[in-house]
Ligand binder design. Structure first.
Ligand SMILES: *Cc1c(COP(=O)(O)O)cnc(C)c1O
Length: 377
């Protein structure tokens, strides 16, 4: 007998992505800007939500352009028919210049090698390739040092095939609310632009701010803002929760694979790090650190079953996590489990999960592996 070409059923663990909530978040964030452009940053597979469906939704909701960090993501978006500007917010290898030009992406430049390669490719492909000069004001990841900006422009500004459309920087400590440091970086950025302008090097679109700046600092919006994580329903920091009302976009759900009762003093899971103190009902949830459900949640975190909180017990393993469902009436295999999202009157947010892990929302959302099926609403 030949095997069937496709499966006839799906597994129980799914991530629901609410594109209406996403679009509402785009509109809410756009309400914070006045005359600036709006880049929807959808890098890292749209923080785990799926770069193509989210990219389409962003454009429909009024984003002027999209931001990614990989040429591959830009190519995927182009292949799906998206025609707004797509910025690569990272340096890339020089050998990727041909693809960046061919897919009409907008490149970040801060090295001679890459800038030369982009110019050569643009000429070869008979295109005018848009570039944004990246200035390093203190994050020290990549970018031209402010004192070297003029010399750099002297070398590359007149290269053929390049359109010097913009200039930008990325702050190191805005989320942490270190405003003195951020204001110093902003001042350095503005000073660098003024010097470049004085030498005849112009950059029409100046931009610096991500989610935090979009929400908290209108004075730093300049010509464009670049929010990322906030689009997905979470301002970067707790303090911003009463400054803006956003809707979580992703819910993470599964079903109980198995429920059993254990007597008191039974070690549970790898290493027996949890020991029952009474007769306890233990359930198996088919998700683990192989799905991006972090080991830091071992004996530390909760899920919702039957509208009640069920604590995670024992070590999170590659494919399974155990929870204590003793307090859930009539619990049985097949019951819905909510790991993020609403169930009856209660809800668990990606922020709760990140707090349990001692991490940030970005890691919880973007860390969810591809094998967890995304269902779009
Ligand atoms: C990731 C990133 C953003 C978006 O940051 P959020 O804090 O998620 O809003 C903006 N700009 C650059 C350069 C980035 O790398």
């Amino acid at each position: 007998m030949p095997h069937p070409a496709t499966l006839t059923s799906n597994g129980p663990t799914i991530a629901e992505v609410d594109l209406n909530a996403f679009q509402e978040n785009v509109r809410t964030l756009k309400g914070f800007i006045e005359n600036s452009r709006f880049m929807a940053v959808i890098k890292t597979n749209a923080y785990g939500h799926g770069v193509v469906p989210v990219g389409r939704a962003a454009v429909r909701a009024g984003a002027d352009c999209l931001g990614v960090t990989m040429v591959e993501e830009g190519a995927q978006l182009r292949a799906s028919g998206i025609d707004v500007p797509i910025h690569i917010l990272s340096s890339i290898m020089s050998w990727q210049a041909a693809d960046a030009v061919a897919y009409d992406l907008t490149s970040s430049v801060s090295s001679l090698d890459l800038t030369n390669a982009l110019s050569r490719e643009a000429v070869r492909q008979e295109k005018n390739h848009p570039v944004h000069l990246k200035i390093d004001t203190g994050l020290h990841r990549f970018g031209i040092q402010p004192e070297e900006a003029i010399e750099f422009c002297r070398d590359v500004y007149d290269l053929p095939g390049l359109d010097w459309e913009g200039i930008y920087t990325h702050f190191s400590s805005a989320d942490e609310g270190k405003w003195v440091r951020t204001e110093e970086q902003f001042a350095l950025f503005m000073e660098t632009i003024a010097k470049l302008n004085a030498h005849g090097y112009d950059f029409p679109i100046r931009h610096a701010g991500a989610s935090t700046i979009t929400i908290e600092r209108k004075d730093m919006h300049l010509d464009m803002v670049r929010p990322g994580v906030a689009l997905f329903g979470y301002p970067p920091e707790h303090r911003q929760e009463n400054m803006i009302s956003l809707k979580p976009v992703m819910s993470l759900k599964s079903r109980l694979l198995h429920v059993h009762e254990l007597p008191p003093n039974t070690p549970v899971g790898y290493g027996g790090s949890y020991v029952t103190s009474d007769n306890e009902k233990i359930a198996v949830v088919p998700i683990g650190h192989g799905d991006g459900y972090h080991r830091a949640l071992s004996n530390n975190g909760e899920m919702l079953v039957g509208g009640r909180r069920a604590p995670i017990i024992g070590e999170v393993s590659l494919d399974q996590t155990l929870i204590d469902v003793t307090a859930v009436p009539d619990v049985r295999a097949g019951d819905e489990v909510v790991l993020m999202g609403n169930q009856e009157a209660d809800s668990i947010s990606a922020r709760d999960v990140s707090d349990w892990m001692g991490s940030i929302v970005d890691e919880v959302l973007a860390g969810l592996k591809e094998r967890v099926e995304r269902i779009y609403k």
